[in-house]
Every structure is written in structure tokens, then in C-alpha cells.
Design a protein around this ligand. Structure first.
Ligand SMILES: C[S@@+](CC[C@H](N)C(=O)[O-])C[C@H]1O[C@@H](n2cnc3c(N)ncnc32)[C@H](O)[C@@H]1O
Length: 332
């Protein structure tokens, strides 16, 4: 570890801090690092409402992002799949939830984000986390993660221990609906203007193709056997399921990543034997309208957690496999 290139941030941070207990492990009844009892494949990431999880950890303005990861999901993934001092990389960083969780867990954090507005917030949030922890180095680059090889320094090759990321997903999943000034209004549901480089303006096939390029660019950065975790939500359009997790799994396998696990992040709190869902108003409306058309769909209350590893040692490939993602997704 002594010779590994550190991520350099303006504050010149060094040294890990001690990780705190992961609240997801605590909710499931066992502490972090308990090797006797493996964690469940259902992650209880929504025992506390999202705003409580985010309180004090993010700068004002961060709530404007339409599709943020739950901090407890990021924290559990980081505690389970990396160690203090290691590098966590999010190529689709948004406002930097994964970077904040990484810094608070004593890891170094690297992010790439395409939209300048979110990249600026990711920097501000990482800076705040760094001020809290007084340890851990971080860096956020603005750029197109489908072109990673030209974006990041060569000395990061083979140094990343964990890639943790989530792609943008269907518009029905974005934003919130509230009575603000009279009628119900949807807000915080906007990305920047349409741009072909942004995955946020693509449909299912376009996102899967983009994720193939992003993950293929991550492979050379990962150490042999390093972990890739992608969280993805299925969504509905005209009553039919858009299976984003399935499409992304196909894309990841096409790059040569090896699938290790597929877990579920429960987007509901478990209370007195009941589930208290934390859905958006818009999702509820879509499900109700679909049921009214005699299609008995469920309200989606989970997110898929797709877990892969980079090929270890001898199996390692320098070039990703042929991209058959578009063809495969097209067949769905
Ligand atoms: C689901 S959001 C990530 C949210 C993040 N996990 C958080 O909690 O803040 C996906 C992000 O990918 C970004 N994005 C889309 N296309 C991109 C590209 N080609 N390169 C880099 N970032 C991109 C979007 O702007 C968006 O912020």
C-alpha cells in the first residue's frame, strides 16, 4: 500500500479514520465485521427516512438532484466491500453521496460527474465530509464517464478497490410531488438540457449501452478482484416493466466483470411486522393507474444491488469483451 498513488485533494489529507458501525448491519441485528454471520441479501436501508439519513451531511441545494442514492445504502456497501484507506470510485457521482459515505468510512473517494451543477455540489459535499472527518483524500472530475480512459490519470490503473455507482433511471422515478403553492406540483425532477453524452436523457437501451462503456472504462482502474456495485431500480412505462437491472447485468457481464451477488435494498421501513413503504407520489400514481387497467402490478419498493468483481490475477483481461449489450437488450 505504501507506494500506491493517493488521490490528492487540495487539503492534502492523509490517514484513515475509524469506521462507525453500519446502521444497516445494526438494523439487521449484527455489527460490522461479524464474520460468523453473513449479512442478508435484503438490505434494510430505509429504516430512517432519506432526509434524516442526509441531515447535516450535505450542503444546501443538494436536494435538487432528481435521483440520489440513500446514504445508508452507500455506507453499507462501502463497509462490506472495502477497508479503511482504500479507494472508492463513483463514475456517475451526482451530488457525491458515495464520496461522502466513503470519506466518513475512512476511505479515499474519487468521483466523475457530467453535469457541472452536480459536480460542483459533489465537490462541496466532499469538502464538508472532509471537514467532519479530517481524514481521507478526495477528487471530483467533471467529464463523460463513458470516456474514462482519457479522463483519469494513468497512475490510478489497478488502484481502485470499489466502484459504487447508480445510473440515472426512468423519469417516473425522478423528483418529488408536494403541495407547495396550491395544487400538487412535481419538482426536483430535472437534469440539465438534453445532451447525447448524458445517460440521464436516454431510454433503457441507451442507458445499458452507456453503462457498458462506463464499466469497460472502470475495469483497468480496478485492482484484480476489486468490486463493482451498481444499484438500479426497475421502472414502469405504460404499465410494462422496464428491467434496468437486467439490462445492466447483461452490460456488466459483456465487459468481462464476474457477477458475485444480487441483493435487494428495501425501500421500506420494517415496523412492528409491517412494511412502511417510502415510495414517491408519482410511483404510486403510476401503479394505481396500471391496476385500474386490470394489470395487477406491485408498487416498486426495492432497488436491485448488482455486485460484480474484476477478474482476479490470471483471468484479468486488458480489453473488454465484445459489446453485445445493445443486441441483447434489443431482444428483451
Ligand atoms: C442516479 S444519478 C447518481 C446519484 C448519486 N449516486 C448521488 O447520490 O448523488 C446518476 C448521475 O449520472 C450523471 N451522468 C449521466 N451521464 C453521465 C456521463 N456520461 N458521465 C458522467 N456522469 C453522467 C447524471 O448527471 C447523474 O447525476
Amino acid at each position: 500500500m505504501a507506494n500506491r498513488p493517493r488521490i490528492t485533494d487540495p487539503a492534502g489529507a492523509t490517514g484513515p479514520v475509524l469506521p462507525r458501525m453500519c446502521p444497516v448491519c445494526a438494523a439487521a441485528g449484527w455489527p460490522d465485521g461479524d464474520t460468523e454471520m453473513p449479512g442478508l441479501s435484503v438490505w434494510l436501508v430505509a429504516q430512517r427516512p432519506a432526509w434524516v439519513q442526509r441531515r447535516g451531511l450535505f450542503v444546501p441545494g443538494s436536494t435538487a438532484h432528481p435521483a440520489r442514492m440513500l446514504p445508508e445504502l452507500a455506507r453499507h456497501a462501502i463497509h462490506t466491500y472495502s477497508r479503511p484507506g482504500q479507494i472508492v470510485f463513483d463514475p456517475l457521482a451526482g451530488i457525491g453521496t458515495t464520496l461522502v459515505a466513503a470519506l466518513h468510512a475512512g476511505r479515499d473517494a474519487l468521483g466523475v460527474e457530467y453535469e457541472p451543477r452536480w459536480a460542483a455540489l459533489a465537490r462541496a459535499n466532499a469538502r464538508l465530509a472532509r471537514a467532519h472527518t479530517e481524514a481521507g483524500a478526495w477528487q471530483v472530475r467533471r467529464g463523460d464517464a463513458t470516456r474514462l480512459p482519457g479522463l483519469l490519470p494513468r497512475d490510478l490503473r489497478g488502484q481502485v478497490d470499489l466502484v459504487l455507482t447508480s445510473p440515472p433511471y426512468g423519469r417516473t422515478m425522478h423528483g418529488r410531488v408536494e403541495h407547495r403553492h396550491g395544487p400538487l406540483t412535481r419538482f426536483h425532477n430535472q437534469y440539465g438540457p438534453p445532451d447525447p453524452a448524458s445517460l440521464a436523457h436516454r431510454g433503457l437501451t441507451g442507458i445499458a449501452e452507456g453503462m457498458y462503456a462506463v464499466l469497460a472504462g472502470c475495469l483497468p482502474l480496478l485492482r484484480p478482484g476489486g468490486t463493482v456495485i451498481i444499484t438500479a431500480r426497475p421502472w414502469r412505462r405504460t404499465g410494462l416493466l422496464r428491467d434496468l437491472p437486467g439490462a445492466i447485468t447483461a452490460a456488466a457481464l459483456d465487459t468481462g466483470l464476474q457477477q458475485v451477488d444480487r441483493c435487494v435494498a428495501l425501500l421500506a421501513a420494517v415496523r412492528d411486522g409491517h412494511l412502511l413503504p417510502r415510495h414517491s407520489f408519482h410511483q404510486l400514481t403510476v401503479a394505481r393507474k396500471t391496476r385500474a387497467r386490470n394489470i395487477p402490478v406491485h408498487l416498486i419498493a426495492h432497488e436491485d444491488i448488482l455486485i460484480f468483481r474484476a477478474p482476479p490475477g490470471d483471468d484479468r483481461i486488458d480489453e473488454p469483451h465484445h459489446n453485445t449489450t445493445a443486441a441483447r437488450v434489443g431482444q428483451r
